[in-house]
Design a protein around this ligand. Structure first.
Ligand code: ZN
Length: 173
């Protein structure tokens, strides 16, 4: 007699699972997968927007709870969402200062490390794009520490002027 790998109860001779437990498990997996995708979309939308990331954090928590996405996956999902945003921002070949600022704010808000964001080279790409933009604008680059050791800062947001008020942008869903 084997025990069901899902519910732990006897599953019958030479069986490792109940068909209905398997079915339930797969349904749950689909829900989790859907939750991951929704989180990815929310992150992308938040980075492309201009609001504070507080509401994003709330939304992610809600999705985690309703879709059984383990909170242990959050860091990886945040990093992935950041990478996706970089891809979209760089589709036109240019990382403008607003885009760079949002990426930096997100990185800092969720305490993502350089190595977490550079796993697939996305962080390096943004640094290069920022240097290129500066050069095109006639600014002598001062951030040439790409390839530096460890977690040294290679990605710095522009010293952008502070905008007086929090501008709010509405997004259609
Ligand atoms: Zn079972």
């Amino acid at each position: 007699m084997g025990n069901c790998k899902y519910c732990g109860k006897p599953a019958g001779f030479l069986r490792g699972k109940h068909a209905e437990c398997e079915e339930k498990h797969q349904q749950r997996e689909r829900v989790i997968q859907g939750g991951r995708q929704r989180i990815a979309l929310e992150i992308l939308r938040a980075i492309k927007g201009s609001e504070s990331f507080d509401s994003l954090e709330k939304t992610i928590t809600e999705i985690e709870q309703s879709s059984f996405v383990p909170p242990t996956e959050r860091k990886a999902l945040l990093a992935k969402g950041w990478e996706n945003s970089v891809e979209q921002f760089l589709e036109d070949g240019i990382l403008d200062t607003t885009e760079e600022k949002r990426l930096t704010e997100f990185k800092e808000r969720f305490a993502l490390s350089q190595s977490e964001l550079d796993r697939n080279g996305a962080l390096t790409k943004t640094a290069k794009a920022a240097v290129l933009r500066d050069v095109l604008n006639g600014v002598i680059p001062q951030r040439m520490s790409i390839g530096g050791n460890g977690d040294r800062t290679i990605f710095q947001g522009p010293k952008a002027k502070k905008s007086g008020k929090n501008r709010r942008t509405k997004f259609s869903t």
